[in-house]
Ligand binder design. Structure first.
Ligand code: TGC
Ligand code: FAD
Length: 392
């Protein structure tokens, strides 16, 4: 990959809406990404391996649990800071952001929100530094968009439960120390459990063959009569609303992150268009190329405004799940369209790993599928505006 020249694009002076602290956090994350990640990310994607040596650095920039209170090792920041961090990480690679958003929103968040005091003290500080990595098991081989149909379940056995079942498509599973997983009890009610690596009958095989999100490790979670202490059940919430509330937080991070990927594609295409000459002119001088660039920055700016407002609503605690769905759906689709257009602007060079665009484009095919597919988020908006569910 070429030297990372990215500087950000702020067409509507969004920086005026940020605090000094927001800008410091964002700039520190950008500097860390340029120094530590940009030089190695193409190799990681080619080798299909998450670069685990980055974990302490991600902890140090506050990317693990940015909004978790400091007493539990988090950074105690607001939701806009969380969003800005996710934007800077995904500006480099969606897999890098995935690792941070799973750790923050899908592992630390449920432990913080629904865990006992002992569970919070045991897990959160180590997760915040990156000493421990967690994963989140909701999806099953036969239950993706419909997680409420899950079959993973447990029965009571004294002060333990016996857990059986399987989860699939789980980010970070192959190397995670702990897994926050969702399973049904004997009454068919969904609960969250913390399953620890080393528990007998628990395995995490890697899923191979991905053309997307290659710099992120994806695996299965297999439970074969795993004895889990009852003390590892999250006591604070039961029902599908538990995992879905975690998804609200993660989808919010993705809405910001996708803008990062779009900004990087736009940044590269803009620079390339001024450097590449055809027919005696820079290609930036042709109206068709300008149309692409003008539409890209327009769509990015609309997404920035939508997402900043969503951040304010999250800070106030008033953002609805449907508002988050709309932002996730819009922004990922926007980023994917920009990646496709930007790739064309680079001609044949657009397919090369010298530029990040093709990698972003392939990554975004996962991002538009996980955390609720593009169509599921449309149906969430449809339900919200009509009051009628079209899921079932
Ligand atoms: P439904 O009947 O609508 O709701 C069941 C219960 O949940 C409540 N609820 C929510 N609570 C909190 N937050 C939300 N967003 C909520 N949405 C619904 C609801 O009030 C109800 O509560 P109660 O008390 O009445 O029981 O559920 P449904 O079965 O009809 O499903 C609705 C649907 C389809 C929207 C939902 O299942 C869904 O979102 N499906 C998509 C699945 C998904 O997003 N999976 C993501 C897996 S994790 C992942 O992809 C991580 S990628 C990580 C990375 O690398 O970044
Ligand atoms: P399906 O649910 O089988 O959907 C197939 C198609 O049918 C989609 O187009 C969908 O939109 C459509 N469809 C489904 N239901 C309806 C309906 N009611 N109406 C109209 N259309 C419908 N999961 C986790 O739990 N943890 C993770 O860490 C995690 N990481 C992931 C990482 C990657 C790289 C990927 C690709 C996925 C990950 N997932 C994870 C799983 C992800 O959340 C699911 O893939 C996603 O929820 C969709 O489920 P599915 O793939 O089974 O698709």
């Amino acid at each position: 990959m070429r030297t990372d020249l990215y500087q950000g694009h702020d067409y509507f002076n969004m920086d005026d809406l940020l605090t000094e602290e927001h800008k410091l956090i964002r700039d520190a994350a950008r500097a860390w990404v340029k120094q530590e990640v940009s030089p190695i990310i193409e190799d990681a994607a080619e080798n299909c391996k998450f670069p685990q040596h980055l974990l302490p650095g991600l902890g140090a920039i506050g990317a693990f649990g940015p909004y978790i209170p400091e007493e539990y090792g988090g950074a105690g920041l607001d939701q806009i800071s969380y969003g800005l961090l996710m934007q800077e990480l995904e500006r480099c690679d969606s897999g890098l952001r995935s690792t941070a958003s799973v750790q923050s929103s899908l592992v630390m968040y449920p432990i913080w929100k629904y865990g006992s005091e002992e569970q919070k003290k045991k897990y959160l500080p180590k997760l915040a530094t990156g000493e421990w990595i967690g994963c989140f098991g909701l999806t099953e081989p036969d239950h993706g968009s419909n997680p409420g149909g899950m079959v993973t379940s447990y029965v009571e056995d004294g002060d333990h439960v016996i857990l059986n079942g399987a989860k699939m498509w789980i980010s970070n599973a192959p190397f995670a120390e702990i897994a926050v997983i969702w399973a049904k009890n004997e009454a068919g009610r969904i609960h969250g459990l913390v399953v620890e690596r080393g528990m007998e009958g628990f395995s995490t095989p890697t899923m191979k063959g991905k053309w997307s999100l290659r710099a992120s490790d994806t695996g299965e979670l297999l439970f074969d009569n795993v004895r889990v202490p009852k003390a590892n059940i999250l006591p604070g919430r039961s029902g599908l609303g538990g995992p879905l509330s975690c998804l609200d937080s993660a989808r919010f991070g993705i809405a910001w992150g996708a803008i990062g990927a779009a900004l990087d594609c736009y940044d590269v295409a803009l620079r390339y268009s001024t450097e590449r000459h055809q027919f005696g002119k820079p290609i930036a001088a042709f109206q068709l190329q300008q149309k692409k660039l003008a539409e890209m920055i327009t769509e990015i700016t609309k997404a920035q405004l939508l997402t900043f407002r969503l951040g304010q609503l999250r800070n106030e605690g008033t953002a609805t799940s449907a508002q988050i769905s709309m932002a996730k759906r819009n922004n990922v689709d926007m980023a994917l369209n920009i990646a496709r257009e930007a790739r064309q602007m680079l001609g044949a060079m657009g397919i090369m790993n010298e530029y990040p665009i093709m990698r972003h484009m392939m990554n975004l095919e996962s991002v538009i599928t996980y955390e609720g597919t593009h169509d599921i988020h449309l149906l969430i908006t449809g339900l919200d505006v009509t009051g009628v569910s079209a899921f079932k």
